[in-house]
Design a protein around this ligand. Sequence first.
Ligand code: MN
Length: 425
Amino acid sequence: MQITANNPAKKSWLSVDKQSDFPIQNIPFGVFITKDDLVTIGTRIGEYAIDLAAMHQLGYFEGIELTDDIFLQDTLNDFISHGKKCWRQVRNRIAHIFDQENGTLQNNKKHKDIILFDVNEIEVQLPVNIGDYTDFYSSRDHATNVGKMFRDPDNALLPNWLHIPVGYHGRSSSIVVSGTPIHRPKGQTFPKDATSPQFGPSKLIDFELEMGFITTDANHLGDTIDVDDAESYIFGMVLFNDWSARDIQKWEYVPLGPFLAKNFASTISPWIVTMDALEPFRVELAPQTDPKPFAYLQEKRHTSFDIHLETFIETENGDLNKMCSSNFKHMYWSMAQQLAHHTVNGCNVNSGDMFGSGTISGPNEGSYGSMLEIAWQGTKPVQLKDGTERKFINDHDHVIMRGYCEKDGVRIGFGKCTGKILPTK
Ligand code: MN
């Protein structure tokens, strides 16, 4: 089945700004509460939120095999379980209904009043019930930078890194939707000049510029996913800020890895951009030859997506300070390899599971995806517009991530992934 929704020539009868992340070629999926306090699954075009439950009730998805209440839910999990063919049919249909050549809904004021909402009048929700969350560590530049800082500059990468898409099991209960404020966590640390561990608010709160992907039901316990099939189990992607408390991390991570330094909060953008929508922005990755990965990680085409990523700190006075520009194409391990590796031992993956890429750093200063790297462990503080300095994140700093793809005059994006750090509770 063709992805007709991606046609770059298509225009919507809804007005869409040129710089919008949400032209008719995007059609992401999310969950929102309407101004009448109803929760629904929806999509977004320009500055309009579109109620898919209402569209379904009014017959706009006729001919597509869907249960009556598929969009009348507070999570996307059931819809995601329907699989890739269904996602594609629904997305193609939405693009057809909102095409400027199509007058059906365009000329039906009564239906438009029921289906369309101003995005400023709705409240976005966490789009999926995230059963499990795994975080990878797949940016070579990030892993190299961290290795240089904490270990040996000459042997920055650990010996396993080029063989294994390294990851750990995170915690899904504290993943929140963009806009949710985060209180500075308390915990144990062992500062450099101290003689014993301390307890108190973390002093080194950081962001991690990541992307997350969300899967459908992929395999049964004991079965593995072939690397070349893996992407068909990925529903879509979101921006992902994997908040970290570096001082807590440093003291606690030996020997079992990240724990309370990571699980106090992670923030995702509300609209899941489908893999179908991202397809035109696919790019080749450099071949992995030294070393060659094991056969189960060797892909027919080793690819990623050209997604521009930016992180800003908005200070209390409203100044927007760009902290970094990176790109998802800088990943060493692809999402398919991550998923193949995750299931090679028979671990099962379900609808609504989330997978973080790991901090996405590029090769140059300016493209580093965490304050740890940007301010190089506090040795290179960053000057902000209001005259203050940052080594890490201050209370009341608002961290804003953005991501978008652009090609052939089409720009599709992820909107914003934002969170403000509030003082310790
Ligand atoms: Mn992370």
